[in-house]
Design a binder for this molecule. Structure first.
Ligand code: HEM
Length: 486
């Protein structure tokens, strides 16, 4: 029973004293991942906290996290049955559903859809990359327009639209103009999604807070509304696809998913609602994450002009002024990838994964964790683990290069931003290609500069992603290149 379970959990796991009613909620602070890492110094890498009435195990550090997610992958593959998770995509999301036979099938379908439209063969690979190149070159033009007469601007909105367009083009065969007011408004709303599903959000931990007016209740109401708005958008696109579906022609990812789930007569164990759930997973996951990565990259370029100069020199040497950089240049542009890995490590912009739960009793680091325990996985602590990284708080891209200037795979593999094990991100490969191409093309055409008298701050807002607070830069043209999209 629950009482015995709690008693076992309490006896066996170390952790801070939990206050009645709120538990440790008041101790998390503005940046829970930093608090979790501090608590690990006192209680060890595996410990327990309490938020409201939920006992939660927090995992920290490279060794304990990999032990849990890789050696005990099935036991750590669950998701908690949070009310907020049931709100996503009408309850049919793969990302927010618990580990089960049906979930395995759902994840397989989502994975093979991504592969089919990005890396299945040289044609799909080319089409995918061309889509990114078109968005990136348009973005350069917009940045240069916004920088006319040396003006400073916040690149966040344009980066969000550009990243959204890549995934919308893949899923729906449709992109949106940067001046499409409705689309921009939808994206700004969806960006608030991570406030609620990020670890430490209280809406699921204290259900009683939902019964009278208070800030937690309004955050939850906002979450319900924004999910409804986003899901209505997804449903209307899937409906259009169903109405014009032709089994002989797969136009985009939506058609592919309809073909597998809708037309399979329940063979897959999934219902038509899972079609919308899958599309929603793919669009939702690729929005905030990619644009946040790019926001940090632009900020860090402007903050480190000496590194930016080295990157420009490399691009000039390898690519030159007469063509755009491409993925074929990647091995010769290892310093660019080193910059991306260091951005992922240093900012750890997905600091804690989406909450997991245990699917069975399990032991980590000699500590017993019962079935159905909520687990927070602190990726930030892996990327700042002093046992793995020299000067973890210093931004130093060259740490990823070996003696010959190539990317050192043993070191890049130590970065954890896509999680690991059964719940590892399924968009990691397309995300890496996307971030690389956007970064290479922006850098090839522009130099990013901060206001001379202002220091760019690394302050950020906490949620599923850490987003830099409003900052301003200007983009200076390095050369004029032909446009890709007319
Ligand atoms: C899950 C990171 C881009 C699709 C996740 C998780 C993380 C993550 C940390 C949670 C894993 C866990 O709970 O343990 C990132 C980062 C990205 C990125 C850093 C970009 C830089 C994408 C893209 C897509 C995608 C572009 C697809 C188009 C997914 C899906 C899941 C997921 C479907 C849920 C997996 C599951 O629950 O089984 N991602 N992601 N991600 N990601 Fe990504």
């Amino acid at each position: 029973c629950l009482w015995v379970r709690n008693l076992r959990l309490k006896r066996r796991l170390p952790g801070p004293f939990a206050w009645p009613v709120v538990g440790n909620a008041m101790q998390l602070g503005r940046m829970p991942h930093i608090t979790f890492a501090k608590l690990a110094k006192k209680y060890g890498d595996v410990y327990q906290i309490r938020l409201g009435c939920s006992d939660i195990v927090v995992l920290n550090g490279d060794r304990a996290i990999r032990q849990a997610l890789i050696e005990h992958s099935v036991e750590f593959a669950g998701r908690p049955n949070f009310v907020s998770f049931q709100v996503v995509a009408g309850g049919n999301s793969m990302t927010f559903n618990n580990y089960s036979k049906q979930w395995k099938m759902h994840r397989k379908i989502a994975q093979s859809t991504i592969r089919a439209f990005s890396s299945a063969n040289s044609q799909t690979k080319k089409a995918f990359e061309q889509q990114i190149v078109a968005e990136a070159t348009e973005l350069v033009d917009i940045f240069l327009t916004l920088s006319a007469q040396g003006q400073y601007f916040n690149p966040a909105h344009e980066l969000t639209v550009a990243a959204a367009n890549v995934i919308c083009a893949l899923c729906f065969g449709k992109r949106y103009g940067h001046d499409d007011v409705e689309f921009r408004a939808l994206l700004e709303r969806v960006n608030q999604f991570g406030q609620t599903v990020g670890a430490g959000s209280l809406v699921d931990m204290m259900p009683w807070l939902r019964s009278f007016p208070n800030p937690v209740r309004s955050v939850f109401k906002n979450f319900i509304n924004l999910n409804q708005e986003f899901f209505t958008f997804i449903q209307s696109k899937v409906r259009e696809h169903r109405e014009t579906f032709d089994p002989r022609v797969t136009r985009d990812m939506s058609d592919a998913i309809i073909g597998v789930i809708d037309k399979a007569d329940g063979d897959s164990g999934l219902t038509t609602g899972h079609t919308e759930g899958t599309v929603s997973d793919l669009i939702g996951a690729g929005l905030d994450t990619i644009s946040t990565a790019l926001c940090w990259i632009v900020l860090l370029l402007a903050k480190h002009p000496e590194i930016q100069t080295k990157l420009h020199e490399l691009l000039d040497r390898v690519v030159g002024p007469d063509r755009l950089p491409s993925t074929e240049d990647r091995s010769s542009l290892a310093y660019l990838d080193a910059f991306i890995y260091e951005t992922m490590r240093f900012t750890s912009f997905v600091p804690v994964t989406i909450p997991h739960s245990t699917t069975a009793d399990v032991t980590v680091d000699g500590l017993h964790i019962p079935k159905d325990t909520v687990v927070f996985i602190n990726q930030w602590s892996v990327n700042h683990d002093p046992l793995k990284w020299k000067d973890p708080h210093v931004f130093y891209p060259s740490r990823f290069l070996d003696g010959s200037g190539s990317l050192d795979k043993d070191i890049t593999n130590n970065v954890m931003i896509f999680s690991a094990g059964k719940r590892r991100c399924i968009g990691d490969q397309i995300a890496k290609v996307e971030v690389f191409l956007f970064f290479a093309i922006l850098l090839h055409r522009c130099r990013f500069e901060k206001c001379p008298h202002e220091d760019l701050s690394l302050n950020c807002s906490y949620g599923l992603t850490l987003r830099p607070l409003d900052y301003k830069i200007t983009a200076k043209s390095r050369r004029d290149l032909p446009k890709v999209r007319e």
